[in-house]
Write a new protein. Structure first.
Length: 310
């Protein structure tokens, strides 16, 4: 059994940071802005009913909690979604990415838990929302306070964000990752691609095609199956071309975000590099940043401004 940390133990947290996604739950034991321990589980929002959030969190971080007193937990992401632990509001853009004063307290039965969930962001026209990414944006701005340009946050639902003077001015979401998963898992392309990893050269080639002609993302899909049947197209090259066509179409649709200024790509390193490669080839000013480090920086920034009695 893991021993319970004491208040003076060097790894005992002063507060706990939580990023609750649809598929994953991540937590960090924090001292100030410094993590002293980190854990993760697969108990994301998609697997939980509202009553399951507290037990899932306690299973992960229970031995970080004090024997007496309360532990502040600051959470972002899908814990605040409708159907999550407790629904947190959306703040309308343009606005700074986070406002800890508008965090809500999640209902917890364990008296040691003081859980605050940060709000997401919304946009009226075109209609759009985000939860969790706003915390990465806050982390990026904490490290780059004068940044004026675009952020790209690739993932299941990619986000493109325009930043100016410390505020999110507007944003746009693309279902690129989810469309890829649906096509590979449920369409006829499952017979061609299966579980193959995308070939980088094929991805770059197809991405350039879709950037030059966004219609290629539609007209180029079924030929992947036909090429496998008639020409022996390898699954890896088919996966690469599919990924490139979808990402290239996304970049073409988001051109107004990245074509006239710097773009920082925030996400998992492998995926961020794919976007960076295509953007650089298109002449963009692009670099990538680690998404995990920035969500932690955003949660740490929120901890400094969170009132005691929200």
């Amino acid at each position: 059994m893991t021993p319970e940390p004491t208040a003076d133990a060097p790894t005992a947290p002063r507060w706990i940071a939580v990023d609750w996604g649809t598929t994953r739950l991540r937590a960090w034991a924090m001292r100030g802005a410094r993590p002293v321990d980190a854990r993760a589980s697969d108990r994301g929002m998609g697997r939980l009913a509202p009553a399951g959030f507290e037990p899932a969190l306690l299973d992960l971080i229970g031995d970080w909690l004090p024997a007496a007193g309360r532990m502040r937990v600051i959470a972002c992401g899908m814990a605040g979604a409708r159907g999550g632990w407790a629904e947190a509001e959306y703040r309308a853009v343009p606005c700074p990415p986070i406002d800890p004063r508008r965090a809500i307290r999640a209902p917890a039965h364990d008296p040691r838990l003081d859980v605050r969930i940060l709000p997401g962001l919304s946009q009226a026209e075109p209609p759009d929302v985000m939860r969790g990414e706003e915390t990465q944006i806050a982390g990026f701005l904490a490290e780059n306070p004068g940044f004026d340009g675009a952020l790209c946050l690739p993932g299941t639902h990619s986000k493109w964000v325009r930043l100016s003077q410390g505020r999110v001015e507007r944003f746009r979401s693309f279902m690129t990752g989810e469309v890829f998963s649906l096509l590979v898992g449920q369409s006829v392309l499952r017979l061609t691609i299966g579980a193959a990893r995308p070939d980088p050269a094929a991805l770059a080639e197809a991405g350039a095609e879709a950037l030059a002609d966004p219609h290629a993302a539609q007209s180029g899909l079924f030929p992947l199956r036909a090429a496998a049947l008639l020409q022996g197209l390898a699954p890896e090259r088919a996966a690469g071309r599919l990924s490139g066509l979808l990402i290239g179409a996304e970049l073409a649709a988001a051109r107004d975000f990245w074509q006239d200024g710097p773009t920082a790509i925030i996400g998992a390193p492998d995926l961020a590099r794919l976007y960076e490669t295509l953007l650089l080839a298109a002449g963009a000013q692009a670099c990538h940043k680690d998404g995990t480090a920035l969500v932690l920086a955003g949660l740490a920034a929120a901890s400094l401004d969170l009132p005691e009695d929200t």
